[in-house]
Design a protein around this ligand. Sequence first.
Ligand code: SF4
Length: 370
Amino acid sequence: MSQTLFDYTRQDAAGACSTAHAWAKVPAPLTPPERHALAERAAALLKQHNAVLVAHYYVDGALQDLALATGGIVSDSLEMARFGRDHAAQTLVVAGVRFMGETAKILSPEKRVLMPDLDATCSLDLGCPADDFARFCDAHPDRQVVVYANTSAAVKARADWMVTSSCALEIVSDLHAKGQKILWAPDRHLGRYIQEQTGADMLLWNGACIVHDEFRGLELEILREQHPGALVLVHPESPKSVVEQADVVGSTSALIKAVVEGNAPAYIVATDNGILHRMRQLAPGKTLIEAPTAGNSATCKSCAHCPWMAMNGLANLVDCLESGEPQIQVDEPLRVKAQACINRMLDFTAARRSATAAPTSGITPGIGAA
Ligand code: SF4
């Protein structure tokens, strides 16, 4: 297993965005009148530019509401990719982090892809530099290369498969059933979890999400004792000690589904707390409790919120629509290579959908709410 890790407390030589830099760029809170005025302006600009807003569950609630009110989408990264590709709008505005914008551009090269701030990145992407990753792959040519969506276009260009947390388990299971050995990157927790569930032969890159890596098993045990009826919902980027206590392990969409469809009165949620906005809207009256994190010394302030997702706001959204910048650009030869592994995933999930005539849930069979 590679031990390559990135120091998230400072920018690297290439200027990759540190957590400190990200927190410094998080927009200041808006007053209700300011929020209203900016949302109205953004809605008008989206219409004027034939643009659609594609937002992730972790971004500010005002952006999620705007996306839904203007015909866009709030979703996990798999649905964001599908929606952007299939929508007729000529401009996609991606409220999320950079790899999501790159994925949109890779799938829709003819469209303009805008983002409020291109410094919005991801610790998994930063922790998996393309050159190091290529050497890792070269050393193991007998393995199928499976990368998580949270990677650069250059890393995807080296991969056989891209997966998201909604479909990773199914795709690795299928490869394993066909006798394939896997090289997995970059999230070590998700990789370990999938390896345990499938029994596949997997070689893991040593990356982590700075948000999910901070959830703590011991503190979760104490919290569960305080809320004995609560269901525990965990994103599989979390450490093993947290995943082991889960009633439901799954993607963001799967965790939302578990709250909406569950009978329990309370839910302990171990993922970025931006998701609570949509959960509250879809399941009013249910009690949502944030899972405990490591404490103030942790790398992301242990706040269960991604600093790079938090960089997206209404003001910089309006700015990017007015100026047409910043745009996502992906070098064409790289784009074509990266597109192959994304399309393989989309074709696989589409085939599974039509075979089962039901959406992929992302909920783990055998754990809780299967
Ligand atoms: S929450 Fe974690 S995985 Fe998601 S963008 Fe932020 S650092 Fe990356």
